[in-house]
Design a protein around this ligand. Structure first.
Ligand code: HEC
Length: 152
């Protein structure tokens, strides 16, 4: 019984962890607001890491590593929010193309996830040259998706 309780606890924990990354929405405006909020956070943290990479702010390994880990977490946000049906209309810059070509959109999303995961791993090395190169690779995945799927 004790063992079963432990297994149940793990299953419940996994279910909670899974819902945390896969948010559900009742209407498209909620999905739009959610994804814009996440992108705002991504923009904020990527921007502050960018200042370090450009030498505009001093490099601190611990805080840079923390921000890179946070970015990795944010990159795995619910992409469902972007692909919510008909969420290309309203107060949004999502191009209709994202909903029409969902596989292409998800490919851009996965590239971004992979490059930010690498950035988080590189941040732990404390080697600023390695970090700079990987920061550039991650930045290209932002630009790649924005130029395809986000209107100006
Ligand atoms: C897979 C696609 C994709 C990737 C990757 C991506 N974005 Fe976005 N981003 C979007 C889309 C689409 C919007 C517009 C969302 C909307 O208006 O509903 C957006 C919006 C934004 C916004 C504006 C948020 C607001 O206030 O509405 C910022 C800032 C932003 N992205 C920063 C970034 C940064 C920085 C990166 C990379 C570190 C990045 N994005 C990666 C698709 C992406």
């Amino acid at each position: 019984m004790k063992h079963l309780g432990k297994v149940m606890a793990i299953i419940i924990f996994m279910a909670v962890a899974a819902t945390a990354v896969s948010a559900k929405f009742n209407k498209s405006q909620d999905a739009i607001r959610y994804r814009q909020a996440v992108m705002t956070l991504i923009g904020h943290h990527f921007g502050s890491m960018g200042q370090v990479v450009k030498g505009e702010q001093p490099y601190n390994q611990a805080s840079f590593t923390e921000e890179a880990a946070l970015l990795e977490m944010l990159s795995k946000m619910s992409w469902d929010a972007f692909l919510y049906p008909k969420s290309d209309s309203g107060k949004t810059k999502l191009k209709s193309k994202a909903l029409e070509k969902q596989d292409d959109f998800m490919q851009a999303a996965r590239k971004f996830e992979n490059e930010t995961a690498k950035l988080a791993a590189d941040a732990k090395t404390g080697d600023l040259n390695v970090i700079k190169a990987q920061f550039g690779a991650a930045a290209n995945t932002c630009k790649g998706c924005h130029s395809e799927f986000k209107s100006k």
